[in-house]
Design a protein around this ligand. Structure first.
Ligand code: CO8
Length: 372
């Protein structure tokens, strides 16, 4: 049996924030902080904060803008976080709403109706609550039968979700699976931290997976190799969780936000991911010349350039290794799916592509996909 990705969907939030807008707010916060603490700064008791810069952000990461679910308060120097109105239990939660939009698009692209779906997996970096599962809420909102569950693997959630979906199809516990990645990342950004205030955006993606024999859609990707890998590291970490409220003194400390040692991540993850991709290519005897597209995790343009060069043995063209992080920023597990969703229409039957995630955990996953 061969499993195919037979459709993809993308929900893009309505608001975008440019680097200039984000930096203007950050620098206003820096001015406010430094003038408020000027005596302590002069006495050497407090360190003055430094400005952020759009030029640094674009050069260091490739990010030019990001989409967000709520813009206004992120850009208010007195608030610097998104503000959401809590919804009553009778209403669809925000994460489910984003997921449903992406899921409906993926179903349409796959030529499937909700009656075909018998498993819904929500795979992302955070779920907005622990239960009932967002996947079960989406299953209900769509009117699908079968079963559903949530799973969390930071930036590798989508690819790990796809592997879980493929295994469910192979084992016979499901026939047609929706994997949905509603990534609401802005609440986890410390917008007062110069090193990381620019990194993430919000988005939702979805994929439909099924046995190739039932697939009828125009664009299909057959999974011909797959390998997840994990290796513990504290270099990307957040201590946010339901136990935090039991330690009220530290409930809003910096470690409850996303924190990373960016340089160390760069150094340690690049060889791990390059090795993983090359091993998968070797496994199915696909050479660098056969690879028509690298759909890589979208965290950093320099990182992607390095991996692509290592895997292909040459500097890739922008078509070969598409970049979406310039417009979307890092969208955690959804990034490589957005790249695939937006950049596959020109592929030809038999073309080989790589779908690869990497991030916190560390976790990484490489799939070799053949365009059908
Ligand atoms: N403006 C101006 N200057 C700055 C800024 C800024 N905003 N930020 C830092 N600088 C300064 C630094 O202070 C430093 O100055 P100095 O040399 O004087 O000390 C200088 O610029 C260089 O700083 P860095 O060495 O930190 O800069 P880098 O070139 O390493 O770039 C990056 C920083 C962009 C963060 C880069 O290291 C990077 O992208 N690394 C890889 C990160 C990565 O791939 N991470 C994956 C994590 S994502 C993931 O797994 C998902 C987690 C779950 C989702 C979380 C949701 C919130």
């Amino acid at each position: 049996m061969s499993v195919v990705i037979s459709g993809t969907g993308l929900f893009t939030p309505p608001n975008s924030i440019s680097n200039d807008e984000l930096v203007a707010c950050f620098n206003q916060y820096v001015d406010n902080f430094n003038s408020e603490h000027c005596d302590a700064i002069e006495a050497g008791e407090v360190t003055a904060l430094s400005y952020s810069s759009s030029e640094f952000i674009e050069k260091a990461s490739g990010i030019k803008s990001r989409f967000v679910m709520s813009k206004e308060d992120i850009l208010n120097p007195e608030i610097m976080r998104p503000t959401f109105t809590e919804r009553p239990n009778e209403e669809l939660s925000m994460q489910a709403e984003m997921g449903v939009i992406a899921a409906k698009q993926a179903l349409a692209a796959a030529n499937k109706t909700v009656e075909d779906i018998d498993l819904v997996i929500v795979a992302c970096a955070y779920t907005q609550r622990y239960y009932p599962a967002i996947a079960i809420e989406i299953q209900n909102a769509l009117g699908a039968s079968g079963w559903g569950f949530d799973m969390i693997v930071a930036c590798s959630a989508a690819t790990f979700g796809i592997i879980n979906a493929a295994n469910a199809i192979r084992s016979g516990t499901a026939k047609t699976v929706l994997v949905i990645n509603p990534e609401i990342l802005t609440p986890q950004i410390n917008y007062r931290d110069r090193d990381s205030h620019f990194i993430f955006g919000d988005v939702a993606t979805a994929t439909v997976l099924e046995d190739q024999s039932t697939a009828t859609s125009e664009h299909q990707f057959k999974i011909i190799a797959e390998q997840p890998i994990t290796q513990f590291s504290n270099n990307i970490r957040s201590n946010i969780g339901y136990i935090n409220k039991c330690s009220p003194d530290t409930i809003d400390a910096d470690d409850k936000y996303f924190i990373q040692q960016g340089r160390k991540v760069f150094k340690e993850v690049l060889p791990m991911v390059s090795k993983l991709i090359i091993a998968q290519m070797d496994k199915v005897q696909v050479s660098a010349n056969d690879i028509k597209r690298l759909y890589l995790h979208q965290a950093n343009i320099n990182m992607n350039g390095f991996i692509a060069k290592k895997v292909l043995g040459r500097v890739p063209s922008i078509i070969e290794a598409p970049i979406i992080l310039d417009e979307y920023a890092n969208t955690s597990s959804a990034g490589c799916i957005i790249a695939l969703h937006k950049h596959h229409q020109d592929l030809n039957s038999g073309d080989k592509t790589v779908l690869c995630s990497f991030g916190a955990g560390y976790s990484a996953c490489c799939l070799i996909l053949e365009y059908v």
